[in-house]
Design a protein around this ligand. Structure first.
Ligand SMILES: [Zn+2]
Length: 306
């Protein structure tokens, strides 16, 4: 069983992408209409379809597939998934929409940033334009007055959305609230370039203002103490930003900045060994997230020098 009930009308599906458990999950909201949050990557769409079958849900009853953003691990599989769901439409930020319609450029940039990880996720298939609902705000009906609310949460990407579900007062932040490791009860930054700190912090404030009871991370799973966790994540972003700025000012290398971050951030000290030995996270979390802060600090410094 890779499908788990985690709340009222709410199920989590471990996509086990590339054979990795606890890496990427999708969520299913079951009401008079069925809504999926995150298609996940192309290579594991069949696991999500299996998950729907496991719950005895009819594929033709799925109305929405809401994707937080179009990165391969979140919305990359939308085109493939829609082939199995004849009546579903994709909810996406308008700036993400062109990449769903024609994923070629997204695929090429993902290959250059993610390397072998992009092959594990698989190449996205196009989504027909008429099956896309571009959205940055508003809400969609789930069942009996319950809603899926759309919140624009930029920062991780320039087209990131989060979703709030009112069955349980929970938020799907995509990558806007970091990566959660249930085994360690730890959150770490998910900030590959181009990362925008100011937007990311403003997005976290938006989510905090909703006072959610739970967060449903795409990486990975449900976490309680949502508001405290979002506040802690803000502090962690501040810490990384301060170290990156000092490092860039002192002409330190990426490795030196990374080592400093890992020694000062108590969460990283706790989880560093695990991340370093993980085939996917050693690439995405350790390399790219620090690079996002370094690039951001360099841009800030260049702006200040003008
Ligand atoms: Zn992600």
């Amino acid at each position: 069983m890779h499908t788990q009930e985690i709340g009222k009308n709410l199920y989590q599906v471990d996509l086990e992408t590339g054979g990795f458990k606890n890496l990427i999950c999708s969520y299913i909201l079951r009401g008079s209409r069925i809504t999926i949050v995150e298609s996940g990557p192309t290579s594991s769409v069949h696991r999500l379809v299996d998950g729907l079958r496991e719950l005895n849900l009819r594929l033709e009853d799925v109305e929405y597939v809401a994707v937080t953003h179009v990165h391969l691990d979140h919305g990359g599989g939308a085109g493939t998934l829609l082939k199995a769901l004849p009546n579903a439409k994709v909810i996406v930020h308008p700036r993400g929409m062109p990449h769903l319609i024609n994923p070629q450029r997204l695929w090429e940039s993902s290959q250059s940033i993610l390397g072998f990880v992009s092959e594990i996720f698989g190449k996205p298939e196009p989504v027909p334009k008429e099956r896309i609902i571009p959205s940055t705000e508003g809400s969609f009906d789930l069942d009996g007055g319950a809603k899926l609310k759309v919140i624009e949460t930029l920062g991780h990407a320039s087209h990131s959305l989060s979703f709030h579900e009112s069955f349980n007062n929970g938020v799907f932040p995509g990558d806007a609230a970091g990566t959660y490791f249930p085994e360690f009860d730890a959150v770490i930054p998910t900030t590959p370039p181009p990362f925008h700190l100011d937007s990311a912090l403003a997005s976290l404030d938006k989510l905090i203002s909703l006072s959610p009871s739970a967060l449903y991370y795409s990486h990975f799973g449900k976490a309680s103490n949502a508001v405290q966790r979002l506040r802690d994540y803000k502090l962690q972003l501040w810490l990384w930003a301060r170290i990156a700025e000092q490092g860039v000012r002192g002409n330190k290398s990426l490795e030196e900045i990374r080592d400093k971050i890992f020694s000062e951030d108590a969460v990283m000290r706790r989880i560093d060994g695990y991340l370093g030995s993980h085939k996917i996270y050693s690439k995405t979390a350790l390399g790219n997230s620090v690079q996002g802060f370094v690039d951001y600090a360099k841009q800030n410094q260049a702006k200040a020098a003008l």
